[in-house]
Design a protein around this ligand. Structure first.
Ligand SMILES: C[S@@+](CC[C@H](N)C(=O)[O-])C[C@H]1O[C@@H](n2cnc3c(N)ncnc32)[C@H](O)[C@@H]1O
Length: 267
């Protein structure tokens, strides 16, 4: 399995999200910048046990525009800390949350997932969606997630991963470079990291088929919006984006890459 690390730092990732890259992903995916939008947020919410009747304190690691945070506060009454390292994303998330009737349930913190600005044993749920692929040091990330989770709490996240069939090296390099991913795990790789910190792995699902359907959708959204994208961001960015998304579509259908979801409990 391709386990190569790529030379992207948190600075490179932040540059993407502070610039047109973040806007383009929002155009394709919506303000919840992950595969499946609100529907997938509801799937994960049920799996981690969010419930309007319970007072649950949740940390969203890599909260971006705060789309999931607002959805969870509004629909499940969850209290949330959204953590993100890109100042522009934190500012935009705050702006979009201002004036909402559930505004006091959400706090945004600027900081790194590798050094989470929170005390140990703070959260009932630690959460992430389609973002941890941007973080190189996965063992430290999972250790940090575990540190801030309360005993009896739940870790639930989804992420992009290597698939069951090994991608040819040159394709793998292009896929990672297009996305600015320094590292991707496998379904079992994450499972191992989760168990190594003492969490009990309850579920790990391969969501590759759903991922493939969504990738087909992203291509058609991109192509339908071609003229708008060129007008807003320039032709070069459009050509690059179309090439990259087509490569990911092919990779998902070939099972070179996939998307997974993990649920684990802290004893
Ligand atoms: C794909 S977006 C996340 C989408 C979000 N989870 C959602 O569902 O709407 C990726 C985000 O990860 C953030 N990020 C990347 N590396 C990070 C790190 N080391 N610590 C905290 N945030 C990070 C980026 O700033 C960006 O906002």
């Amino acid at each position: 399995m391709n386990k190569k690390k790529y030379d992207f730092s948190v600075w490179d990732v932040s540059q993407v999200y502070a610039g047109p890259g973040g806007k383009l992903w929002e155009l394709l995916m919506g303000e919840q910048i992950h595969v499946g939008g609100a529907e997938q947020t509801d799937v994960l919410a049920k799996k981690v046990g969010l419930d309007k009747e319970k007072d649950i304190y949740l940390l969203d690691i890599c909260s971006a525009l705060g789309g999931p945070a607002r959805h969870l506060a509004e629909n499940y009454g969850t209290r949330i800390v959204g953590l993100d390292i890109t100042p522009e994303m934190i500012e935009e998330a705050k702006e979009r949350t201002k004036g909402k009737h559930y505004e006091d349930k959400i706090e945004y913190r600027l900081g790194s997932a590798l050094d989470i600005p929170a005390h140990a044993n703070t959260f009932d749920v630690v959460w992430g969606q389609d973002a941890w692929c941007y973080i190189r040091d996965k063992p430290r990330l999972i250790k940090e997630a575990n540190r801030v989770l309360k005993s009896g709490g739940v870790l639930g996240f989804a992420d992009w991963i290597w698939g069951s069939i090994e991608a040819p090296d040159s394709d793998a390099d292009y896929l990672m470079e297009f996305m600015v991913f320094p590292d991707m795990q496998t379904l079992d790789g994450y499972g191992k990291l989760i168990e190594e910190v003492g969490l009990i792995l309850i579920e790990n699902d391969d969501l590759g088929d759903d991922f493939a359907n969504h990738m087909d959708g992203y291509i058609s959204i991109l192509q339908k919006n071609k003229q708008n994208i060129i007008a807003g961001f320039g032709e070069e960015l459009y050509v690059e984006a179309e090439k990259g998304v087509l490569a990911w579509q092919k990779a998902v259908h070939n099972k070179w890459v996939s998307r997974g979801m993990w649920i684990a409990k802290k004893p």
